[in-house]
Ligand binder design. Structure first.
Ligand SMILES: NC(=O)c1ccc[n+]([C@@H]2O[C@H](COP(=O)([O-])OP(=O)(O)OC[C@H]3O[C@@H](n4cnc5c(N)ncnc54)[C@H](O)[C@@H]3O)[C@@H](O)[C@H]2O)c1
Length: 347
């Protein structure tokens, strides 16, 4: 039977995404050993093989051995690794690039509070390096992967649109992440204005699905594994924060559509509006649908600071992205079904 990830890729190939404009183009993707960057590259490698698109893929990685293991199945893909650590002005591409997807960032909550300076440097200096390369190459377009966390605490009734930025507490070092994203978006917009680069920001909701990497330990993976193993789902907060989610291949579709149709200097929420619920409600949904009877959702708040983002009441609107023709296809329950199928395949 075909793997769930290949089924997802096949669906994406036959979606509203038109891959023909990418024929013969060179992509440069940072964060290529991370969840989103690797999904973009794995999908482009798959699409290249299926549609004979004559793509070239440049993947920025810090650890070549890790990258070789991750892409072992894609040996025939036109994929090259650019090995460097962003933030040290070492990035010099020897090939011309047409499209840039900047996915590298510090994303772990614990690392954000253990190394807030490094989190900010990677965001600002890293994004600056990538933008310089995009300008030097006269790239056709770049998408910067931002986050719904830029909203901080929005003060809106109803859905949060791209204009509804809220409060971010600058005395909280965990804000190194959202404030780094805000400044990086502004840096992108400044390059657009000053150097004529076409660059858009994709404000991603939580992305997950088939294709998550070994060792993935974000909340969605913990919930899925607990349900699969017949264990309780343990919440480390009261679970009142409202989450916004988007299925992995729906997010990849959004990023590629933005490269083609996004308006420069604009930010776009990437969220499935139907995939919105509190963390606690999501845990209960996972337990009801995928857990064994007798297991339950329990709350156990650790004493140590886990670096979690502050609780937020937010329901993201994706109308702006939908106006470009993007449609999400996988709801939250099916996202878990596909994630669990993937984790079972990998057992
Ligand atoms: N996955 C999500 O749900 C989500 C949600 C909102 C925003 N985002 C954003 O999307 C992007 C990708 O997220 P992800 O989930 O794939 O993250 P990830 O943690 O899985 O991957 C991040 C990648 O960046 C690389 N990286 C970190 N620092 C680097 C540096 N200094 N130089 C070079 N590479 C470096 C890491 O090695 C890793 O490969 C990030 O910018 C993240 O903030 C992701």
């Amino acid at each position: 039977m075909q793997s769930i990830l290949m089924q997802d890729f096949e669906e994406l190939l036959h979606s509203e995404l038109d891959l023909e404009p990418f024929r013969g183009k060179i992509f440069f993707v940072t964060g290529a050993t991370g969840l989103v960057g690797s999904l973009v590259l794995r999908f482009l490698a798959y699409a290249n093989e299926q549609l004979d698109l004559d793509l070239k893929l440049l993947a920025l990685v810090r650890n070549k051995e890790k990258a070789q293991r991750l892409y072992a199945k894609y040996k025939t893909a036109p994929l090259k690794f650019v090995v460097t650590e962003l933030g040290h002005s070492d990035l010099h591409l020897s090939e011309k690039v047409d499209y840039v997807i900047h996915a590298a960032a510090v994303t772990g909550s614990k690392q954000m509070i253990a190394d807030p300076v490094g989190t900010i440097r990677t965001a600002l200096w890293g994004t600056d390096e990538v933008l310089q390369e995009a300008v030097r190459n006269n790239a056709e377009a770049m998408v910067y992967l931002s986050s719904m966390e830029v909203y901080g605490q929005p003060v809106v009734t109803g859905q949060t649109t791209e204009k509804d930025l809220g409060y971010v507490d600058l005395t909280n070092i965990r804000s190194s992440y959202p404030e780094g994203k805000r400044m990086s978006e502004l840096m992108c917009n400044s390059y657009a204005e000053q150097y004529g680069l076409r660059v858009m920001s994709a404000r991603l909701a939580q992305v997950f699905g088939a294709g998550v990497l070994p060792g993935e330990n974000r909340v969605f993976a913990q919930f899925a594994r607990s349900a699969m193993n017949g264990e309780n789902i343990v919440l480390h907060t009261t679970g009142q924060s409202e989450g916004n989610y988007v299925y992995a291949t729906d997010a990849i579709k959004a990023i590629l559509i933005l490269l083609q149709k996004g308006e420069t200097r604009q930010a776009y929420n990437v969220a499935n509006e139907d995939s919105h619920m509190t963390i606690k409600a999501m845990a209960e949904m996972v337990m009801d649908n995928f857990g064994i009877s007798g297991a339950q959702v329990v709350i156990d708040i650790p004493k140590e600071n886990m670096g979690y983002a502050p609780d937020v009441k937010m329901w993201l609107s994706s109308q702006k992205l939908q106006q470009l023709g993007w449609r999400p296809t996988v709801n939250l329950k099916d996202s878990y079904a596909r994630l669990i199928q993937w984790l079972q395949e990998k057992k």
